[in-house]
Write a protein that binds this ligand. Structure first.
Ligand code: GLY
Length: 376
């Protein structure tokens, strides 16, 4: 047998994540000074484009940049292969070539879908992420994951496609509805638990400003919040983009969270389910002897202060939840693997350094029952 050794040195990527206000103009200015493409396809949903599409297009046109807006119906139901195909065909029909770039303007669905379009369009064109929701700013716009959902599960078809830059404009936040605003902050709270106790303190200290979305210092507080949050997420992702071990810690609260999300038929939105999942992972960490009850309670308290109901919704049976967890990516030899915390920022590791801690189904069943009582 013969073999040719192939050693492709893929360029490591570096990009900036900006947070501030009036960033649409700043982005257009940056693109004018350092063009990324000949034409820009702004991809957005019908809600966000109604609010900010005109402003985005005007900012780009004012700087002499050629751009076209493409929209699709808002909501998770649009994050599928069909919508991706529609967008690609619309861009092809409009003559967008390899010298184009995508600007993803919107929340998590827009970022994931538009990012995936960019990842495969003409074998890959650049993407700029402009997240407009707390969820997208806290999580999905950073970290290079793009994907669509398929009938077999969420985010199962996708690609890693890093943005060229990310622009987080705090001015988008006041228009977000209450439910999505608070649910998106759960990912940020999660980052504070797993990696940055100082961020947890900041969240406690500035709770009123963040929750009321008022006050002279609101934008400055949110800017600091997302700055610290991005530092946590980027530190983890830059060390393990492909999720071979460390990046798995970002799944804290997601094992039960995804199961609740599916069992509630997406009536509970992602962040709300992750809040329940975090509360349970905290309880499980305590029950397995990794931490004190006080630490588990502290996590639940902060989530509740940020308007989250951390109880398992009535009507969802333990059996249903166990079955849901089995379809999760984090199952090995029939045991679900859990990200657990021994204290603030103290992740539990197996002797070989791995972060997923396997838990037997019987123990899980018992703990799910115990958790319901603990939460009463
Ligand atoms: N949302 C989890 C991750 O980016 O890995």
């Amino acid at each position: 047998m013969k073999a040719v050794h192939v050693d492709v040195r893929v360029n490591p990527i570096q990009y900036e994540v900006y947070m501030g206000t009036d960033l649409l103009d700043r982005m257009a200015q940056d693109l004018q000074e350092k063009p990324l493409a000949k034409r820009y396809a702004v991809l957005s949903d019908d809600r966000v484009s109604g609010l900010y599409g005109k402003k985005m297009m005007e900012s780009l046109e004012k700087r002499g940049l050629k751009a076209q807006l493409f929209t699709f119906p808002q909501g998770e139901a649009s994050k599928n292969r069909k919508e991706k195909e529609h967008l690609e065909d619309a861009m092809l029909a409009a003559g967008f070539g390899r010298d184009s770039a995508v600007i993803a303007l919107g929340g998590g669905v827009v970022g994931d879908l538009a990012g995936f379009v960019a990842a495969t369009y003409m074998r890959g064109i650049p993407v700029l992420q402009v997240p407009t929701t707390t969820l997208a700013m806290a999580d999905s716009a950073i970290g290079s994951k793009t994907a669509v959902d398929v009938p077999y599960g969420k985010n199962l078809i996708g690609a890693f496609h890093s943005p060229v830059e990310v622009y987080m404009d705090m001015g988008f936040l006041p228009s977000l509805d209450e439910r999505n605003y608070f649910a998106g902050l759960v990912e940020l709270i999660k980052h504070s638990f797993i990696r940055m106790p100082a961020l947890q303190d900041f969240l406690s200290e500035h709770r009123d400003t963040v929750c009321l979305r008022q006050g002279e210092d609101y934008f400055a507080v949110m800017e600091t919040l997302f700055y610290q949050n991005s530092a946590v997420k980027n530190e983890i992702v830059s060390r393990d983009q492909q999720e071979s071990n460390l990046r798995k810690v970002l799944n804290y609260g997601h094992t039960l969270g995804h199961s609740v999300e599916m069992a509630s038929h997406f009536e509970r939105i992602h962040g709300e389910c992750v809040a329940i999942g975090i509360a349970f992972a905290a309880y499980l960490s305590w029950q397995l002897g990794y931490c004190e009850e006080e630490w588990a309670q502290k996590q639940v308290q902060l989530l509740q202060e940020y308007h989250q109901d951390t109880r398992i919704p009535e009507g969802l049976t333990t059996e249903q939840l166990i079955q849901g967890m089995k379809t999760d990516k984090k199952v090995r030899d029939g045991k679900t693997e859990w990200i657990l915390l021994a204290g603030p920022g103290k992740l539990v590791q197996r002797p070989d350094g791995a972060y997923g801690i396997p838990v037997e189904e019987d123990i899980l069943r018992e703990c799910l029952e115990g958790f319901r009582k603990w939460q009463k």
